[in-house]
Design a protein around this ligand. Structure first.
Ligand code: KG4
Ligand code: ZN
Length: 343
């Protein structure tokens, strides 16, 4: 029988140093070293992020190898995030992966971070359905860096149907959360404080954008202006209404996403939808998509388990494994890129 390859995946595009080992689509280890230093700055500070990746990468790789209970020389290939992301942070992962591949004389596999968020669904039991989505399906990537609706024809045949014209959804939540007094990342705090809130208390207008694109900058300004105006009248406004403000923002965001994806299903005739990216950890977004799919029998919805929504090494390792199976190896001369190009 053919040997099952063991792939090491390294993710260092933003503020998580994440390393995972995968064999046969099973995650043997999944280590994440978080960088809490950014909390106090209200966002990721690129220079601090790359320095911390540099400090933590060897520890993360060693921990991943130990907890997978394998030896270094059993690894068949190394995959890493080539982009998009913060260039200094990407360079740390790229340099390490290249040296590792040369040292062990194993192939190198580069990974597009956005593609990897979608391909996380091909890890065994990665989503709450415990099944792989069949092709074609629609991927909704909602993260700190990206907001896209993607038609996924095959593992490496993806078409962007719509994306944000300005800010990403995650960045919007983080900025809005900041004015409410939360530290970075704000998305999880908005979710936390929404729990006992009245989601109908405040009405924020939805952006009207043609087609399948998104826009969040107007929405963000609207919330910020509204809060500032209310604070002038009552300096305790945020304190007295925090849960209701959070719940109202969260509901609108979830509705915007669901409406766009509904539009995409009608346009393409594809009713299989997979959520991906950090913002898909949000309970209200998950609830709204699940309940819509229950009422609309044509729909099949795939929701990643929470540990596979935010940045992780397993999504890089599975993408590496899928590339390995297709002999899509890369040369040592590749260079990281910061801006999203294509799939
Ligand atoms: O996918 P990710 O870890 O990194 C990027 O590729 O950007 O996404 C990070 C984003 C942040 O904006 C964070 O606030 C948001 O995901 N996020 C959430 C939740 N958990 C993370 N947003 C809303 N609700 C959550 N539970
Ligand atoms: Zn990400």
């Amino acid at each position: 029988m053919k040997k099952k390859p063991i792939i090491l995946g390294i993710e260092s595009s933003c503020d998580e140093t994440a390393v995972s080992i995968i064999k046969n689509r099973d995650v043997l280890s999944n280590i994440i070293i978080h960088q809490y230093i950014h909390k106090k700055y209200g966002g990721v500070v690129p220079e601090l992020a790359s320095r911390l990746h540099d400090r933590n990468i060897i520890t993360a790789v060693n921990q991943a190898i130990d907890s997978a209970k394998i030896k270094k020389n059993q690894i068949d290939a190394v995959s890493f995030t080539l982009g998009p992301g913060l260039i200094g942070s990407l360079l740390v992962g790229a340099s390490f992966a290249k040296s590792f591949s040369m040292g062990l004389e194993i192939p190198l596999l580069t990974v597009n971070h956005v593609q990897a968020h979608i391909l996380v669904h091909f890890i065994k039991n990665a989503n709450i359905n415990n099944s792989y989505p069949k092709f074609p399906f629609l991927g909704l990537v909602i993260s700190g860096g990206h907001t896209q609706i993607v038609k996924v024809n095959d593992f490496f045949q993806m078409e962007i149907l719509g994306s944000t014209l300005d800010d990403s959804i995650g960045d919007t939540l983080d900025k809005v959360a900041r004015i409410l007094g939360f530290h970075y990342p704000g998305g999880p705090m908005i979710e936390l404080f929404s729990k006992n809130g009245n989601c109908n208390k405040f009405v924020f207008s939805k952006p009207s954008v043609n087609g399948l694109n998104f826009s969040f900058s107007g929405f963000k300004s609207h919330v910020l202006q509204f809060v500032r105006k209310e604070l002038k009248k009552n300096s305790f406004f945020i304190k007295q209404n925090l849960s209701d403000i959070c719940a109202s923002i969260q509901r609108i965001i979830a509705e915007i996403l669901l409406e766009k994806v509904q539009k995409a299903t009608l346009k393409t005739g594809i009713y299989r939808v997979a959520l991906a990216g950090g913002v898909s950890a949000n309970c209200e977004i998950r609830r709204m998509f699940i309940s819509f799919a229950k009422e609309n029998k044509k729909w099949e919805i795939f929701i990643p388990k929470k540990k596979y929504t935010t940045d992780n090494g397993a999504m890089i390792a599975i993408t590496g494994l899928l590339k390995y199976e297709k002999n899509l190896f890369d040369s040592i001369h590749v260079s990281p890129y910061s801006k999203f190009k294509t799939f």
